[in-house]
Design a protein around this ligand. Structure first.
Ligand code: COA
Ligand code: MG
Length: 291
């Protein structure tokens, strides 16, 4: 049985929960995750309305196989407590919390979600300079809390660092990879940050491929046009699957029984590659089943 942690999360589309048209549209798009935002995408005067709209949207349903998260305002903002209480009582699959800096922050969100259904997950944005230096400690909260997924918040990181967020993302690469390693060390799923250039899909695809190379499970998105290219990048390709099938078949040959390293297509292939091959096939099967 696949668990919540290995659901496909190739594409996670944000939308302002105050935008009813966008919510209706999200129900028809092939994204794996929908994130109804109450935070950065919603102006202060619309916060209460957005909160009510997000809770009503998950109550109404219609999101099919998509996982639905609601992003709350930070716990120390004037909207945080009301957001968390409303989300805890909602049918959302996950609450996404912003600007987490240290493990104690996860503890505070965990407490605020005490009355939420046991299956409700806690997802956290990694988007502050403080978090960059606490990645391991924050990830280590996973086994003792609802924490199951991280999303990189590259716009907020750029703002706080005063770094430039250009398509190559050079200033961010060291901790994009450190975040992936910290997440994997503690069994968290992890999604890449958004690409603001939603009109230029070539830029988007290059950035999405960089995220795939770094090991992200998928990417967070801001516009419907980004969903299809994102799904393509984060789905195992035909070439990947052909390789996986060849590795599985080769290790299944009688002459390779009991061997740890063999030759497949002229390359050294070990049992760890067989595990990677089995995982790729399983991911492809889960994507096919969800579609
Ligand atoms: N999710 C669902 N639908 C969306 C959407 C989104 N993120 N962004 C745009 N749409 C819809 C629009 O409502 C519009 O629908 P319509 O054709 O029925 O009118 C259609 O897609 C085309 O939109 P478009 O005109 O190309 O975009 P825009 O200029 O109106 O909006 C943004 C551009 C960036 C403001 C908008 O895409 C957006 O709000 N994105 C999400 C921002 C966000 O949530 N940020 C927080 C996390 S970083
Ligand atoms: Mg932000």
């Amino acid at each position: 049985m696949p668990t919540a942690s290995d659901r496909p999360r190739r594409s996670a589309l944000y939308l302002p929960a105050s935008n009813a048209k966008a919510i209706a549209k999200a129900r028809t798009l092939p994204c794996d995750v929908v994130i109804l935002d109450l935070e950065d995408a919603v102006a202060p005067e619309m916060k209460a309305e957005a909160r009510a709209a997000a809770v009503a949207a998950v109550e109404e349903g219609g999101f099919g196989h998509r996982e639905v998260a609601i992003r709350a305002n930070g716990i120390d903002t004037e909207w945080g407590a009301a957001d968390l209480a409303a989300i805890a009582g909602s049918k959302a699959d996950a609450v996404l919390v912003p600007k987490v800096g240290c493990p104690q922050d996860i503890g505070r969100y965990e407490e605020a979600l005490e009355k939420a259904p046991p299956a409700m997950q806690l997802w956290a944005m990694i988007e502050t300079c403080e978090a960059v230096f606490n990645l391991k400690a924050i990830a280590a909260m996973a086994p003792s809390s609802r924490l199951s997924l991280w999303i990189m918040g590259t716009n907020d990181l750029a703002k706080e660092m005063r770094a430039q967020l250009t398509p190559c993302r050079t200033p961010f690469l060291p901790f994009l990879s450190t975040a992936v390693a910290a997440a994997r060390a503690h069994g968290l799923a992890i999604l890449d940050g958004v690409c603001n250039e939603f009109r230029d899909l070539a830029v988007f695809e290059t950035e999405a491929r960089q995220g795939l190379m770094f090991g992200f499970d998928g990417k967070s998105l801001i516009h419907p046009a980004q969903v299809d290219p994102c799904n393509t990048v984060f789905s195992p390709s035909e070439a990947d699957l052909a390789w996986a099938r060849a590795v599985i078949a080769a290790f299944g040959q009688p002459e390779n029984q009991g061997k740890g390293a063999i030759r497949v297509d002229g390359k050294m292939t070990e049992l760890l590659h067989l595990e990677q091959a089995n995982r790729l096939v399983a991911v492809a099967e889960r994507i096919a089943a969800a579609g």
